[in-house]
Write a protein that binds this ligand. Structure first.
Ligand code: ADP
Ligand code: XUL
Length: 525
């Protein structure tokens, strides 16, 4: 029976799903939440919250400990890893791991009586990993862009202008601020290719999906761009793994996993991709036509792209589509954590976002609008931390719940025109997509039907589907098996609300623009 394991190393957790590609069913799933299961790292949401000036790092040892913990937990629950035909994975995008020369040799000689964390700690040339939430590299973005002729050039080559959270600017900051540690670095991996390397027992390639989120890859060539790489840091080319299509296999699984967890020595590994590219596959959206909104720690909106075209405003990105071709993506930093901030402020349950608040308040919230940026936002760029209201901030919990949701989805509508798609429906995924109230606000603000898939965790499922696809599995068949809308999960837009949001959108954009100009004045004074 062909079984495919998909892993997803996301911001807040590491999850696994096992797909039976013959029967078309998910036979097992499990997860480890970093904050809950590994409290000794003091990273409640999966990252160090004490960073200053936009610095957001996570501890890569926490990820390694989570991998041993998850596989050990699954084994003790009776999971038989020997059945796994191939494994692949998905990683939170843009984050990077810095490894000394000798990392590869260490991977080849791992001792099963010790943990991954204890054995690989000595391989890190940088003890922490900048992740996608880091916004501390504005100076480096300007430096890289001006070295190659401006942001239009960076965007034409890499699919995005120079972006603070992208890996190239992060590498530049490290090389500038810690030149000795940079010099000791033999290889720089993405979160995805780091875990792919652990599974394969050797340093493996970065795929086109996640590689495009680095400002280092030339999208058209499918390889590192010498100008961008040289503009980023000295000797960087020698520290980058290869760049390959997402469908590449990376050899048999490391002996560590065979001996310790009972994987078959014939189990194949397939290179990993980013969480959004994997979700594109796991949502059955590999071919153009479907628009997906993922409501995870970040909120993202993405779709397969027939032909690559870039966002003139510089917010959107073009990545490699793991099934071939391209995908577009827009990322909003204030996703689940902004919704959680409202939930916690009023001591609510998620059920308050389901019905109560939405029944107590009308669509449009009687003209109350919120710019829902609890943390500095990336789409659009707003630096002032803390939400801003269009009216007196003394509101009820229900008004605040509606305001955060309407603000988030109006902001999405305000920034997705460059995709050039008029969605007929939207597929929702991510932790918050299970919430019917949130799904209803999405349906109402966009004025289209919203569906959810029958299975949770589209990034892990997408990773499992990619593993099967790389071994010759038919993607269309896999989509029919694993990407069906959940019966009864459809949310129909309420007919009278579309006109309310159509009228509200220009007011929201105006509110946003005035906040951005205040923001600019503040930062230039
Ligand atoms: P990531 O993949 O980025 O780690 P997930 O997609 O797993 O994140 O989503 C986690 C988030 O989902 C949590 O931070 C939480 O705020 C949100 N969430 C979970 N359940 C619900 C719910 N019932 N309603 C709204 N949000 C929820
Ligand atoms: C996408 C992005 C986030 C991360 C974490 O550009 O930064 O969505 O991939 O999920």
């Amino acid at each position: 029976m062909p079984m495919f394991l998909g892993l997803d190393l996301s911001t807040q957790s590491l999850s696994a799903v096992l797909l039976d590609a013959e029967q078309g069913v998910i036979v097992a799933e499990d997860s480890v939440n970093f904050g809950e299961s590994l409290p000794h790292y003091h990273q409640a949401h999966g990252y160090d919250e004490s960073g200053t000036c936009g610095t957001v790092h996570a501890n890569p040892l926490m990820w390694l400990e989570a991998l041993d913990l998850l596989l050990g937990q699954m084994k003790s629950r009776g999971f038989d890893f020997s059945k796994v035909t191939a494994v692949s994975g998905s990683g939170q995008q843009h984050g990077s791991v810095y490894l000394r020369h000798g990392f590869e040799e260490k991977l080849k000689s791992l001792d099963t009586s010790q943990s991954l964390k204890d054995q690989l700690a000595e391989c890190l040339s940088r003890s922490s990993s900048p992740i996608w939430m880091d916004s501390s590299t504005s100076v480096e973005c300007v430096e890289i862009a001006s070295a190659v002729g401006g942001n239009a050039v960076v965007c034409a080559k890499s699919g995005s202008i120079a972006i603070e959270r992208f890996t190239g600017p992060q590498i530049r900051k490290f090389a500038k601020n810690e030149p000795e540690a940079y010099a000791k670095t033999g290889v720089i991996h993405l979160v995805s290719s780091f875990f792919a390397s652990i599974m394969a027992g050797k340093s493996v390639a970065i795929d086109y999906g996640d590689g495009a989120g680095m400002n280092l890859m030339n999208l058209a060539k499918g390889d590192w761009d010498a100008d961008l790489v040289n503009a980023t840091a000295t000797d960087l080319m020698a520290k980058l793994p290869k760049c390959q299509p997402s469908i590449e296999k990376s050899g048999l699984i490391s002996n560590y996993f065979v001996e310790k967890y009972g994987f078959s020595p014939t189990c194949e590994t397939v290179i990993w991709s980013g969480d959004n590219p994997c979700s594109l596959i796991g949502m059955g959206a590999a071919k153009p036509g479907k628009v997906v909104i993922s409501l995870g720690t970040s909120d993202t909106l993405f779709a397969a792209m027939p032909e690559p075209h870039t966002d003139p405003d510089g917010y959107g990105h073009v990545f490699g589509n793991p099934a071939g071709g391209y995908m577009s993506l827009i990322c909003f930093k204030n996703g689940s954590l902004a919704r959680e901030a409202v939930k916690e402020e009023f001591d609510l349950e998620w059920s308050a976002f389901e019905k109560e608040s939405l029944l107590e308040t009308p669509a449009g919230n009687d003209g109350l609008m919120m710019l829902p940026f609890f943390e500095p936002e990336i789409t659009p760029r707003v630096n002032t931390g803390g939400p801003v209201y269009s009216k007196d901030p003394d509101h009820s919990a229900a008004q605040r719940v509606r305001a955060v949701l309407e603000g988030q989805f109006l902001n999405m509508r305000a920034h997705f025109d460059w995709l050039g798609v008029e969605p007929e429906s939207i597929s929702l995924t991510g932790g918050a997509s299970a919430n019917d109230g949130i799904a209803q606000v999405v349906a109402n603000v966009f004025g289209v039907l919203v569906d959810r898939l029958d299975v949770p965790g589209s990034a892990a499922i997408g990773a499992g589907m990619r593993a099967c696809h790389a071994l010759g599995g038919d993607l269309t068949r896999l989509e029919q098996q694993f990407c069906q809308a959940k019966q009864g999960s459809e949310i129909v837009p309420e007919s009278e609300t579309k006109a309310i949001y159509d009228a509200m959108l220009p007011k929201f954009k105006e509110f946003l623009t005035s906040q951005q100009s205040q923001d600019q004045k503040k930062s230039s004074s």
